[in-house]
Design a protein around this ligand. Structure first.
Ligand SMILES: C[S@@+](CC[C@H](N)C(=O)[O-])C[C@H]1O[C@@H](n2cnc3c(N)ncnc32)[C@H](O)[C@@H]1O
Length: 186
């Protein structure tokens, strides 16, 4: 329209990026994609902004806010992928209600994904991994990308972070879950 041609770029959202190590690495390797990171921990925001400036990244934006507040303002069907790596595990049973990945939150996430857009969650907390898998499995608009409806191998685009490398040295396992938005019954 008006002689302008708008290029629609693909947008990936990362929730709770910590110090942004994985977010910066992905934005660097995939200049064709745009990345939006949300984090409530201010030092993490500062860290990622310094790295993005040093690397002259123009495809990375960050917001210091609660993910729910940002999600409410994003248009539906706008995201190529949502990634949540190592959400706070809240291991004590009495704290499980504080865990981020619960059905109402997932419902909101799904509405923001484009059709065939992907939701990728990784955790090193075994019981949280099973709880997340059980939440995602029963969402009618989500289909497990993995044959057999289980955990996924780490997709190569998810960089190993310092946190994960340390876990590997200690023998911790990591569980990846990869689901795609699909029309129910399709
Ligand atoms: C265990 S850390 C993992 C950080 C990073 N993803 C990593 O792999 O190293 C979880 C992060 O999620 C952030 N977080 C928790 N709840 C959040 C929310 N509602 N909105 C945005 N960030 C959140 C925390 O501040 C914390 O930095």
């Amino acid at each position: 329209r008006n002689g302008c041609s708008a290029v629609v770029r693909r947008l990936v959202l990362e929730i709770g990026f910590g110090d942004g190590e994985s977010l910066v690495a992905m934005a660097m390797v995939h200049p064709e994609m745009d990345y939006l990171g949300i984090e409530v921990h201010r030092p993490g925001i500062g860290h990622v902004l310094l790295r993005a400036e040093a690397l002259d990244l123009s495809n990375l934006r960050v917001m210091c806010s609660d993910a729910v507040e940002v999600l409410r303002q994003l248009p539906d069907e706008s995201l190529e992928r949502i990634q949540i790596f190592f959400p706070d595990p809240w291991p004590k049973a009495r704290h499980h209600k504080r865990r981020l990945i619960q059905p109402p939150f997932v419902e909101m996430l799904v509405s923001k994904l484009k059709w065939a857009g992907q939701l990728h969650v990784a955790t090193d907390c075994e019981d949280y991994a099973h709880s997340i898998l059980n939440v995602l499995r029963v969402v009618p608009e989500l289909a497990n990308v993995v044959d057999g409806d289980g955990f996924a191998a780490r997709p190569t685009y998810r960089p190993l972070t310092r946190f994960e490398r340390r876990g590997q040295r200690l023998g911790h396992e990591v569980w990846d879950m990869l689901f795609a938005r699909s029309q129910p019954g399709v």
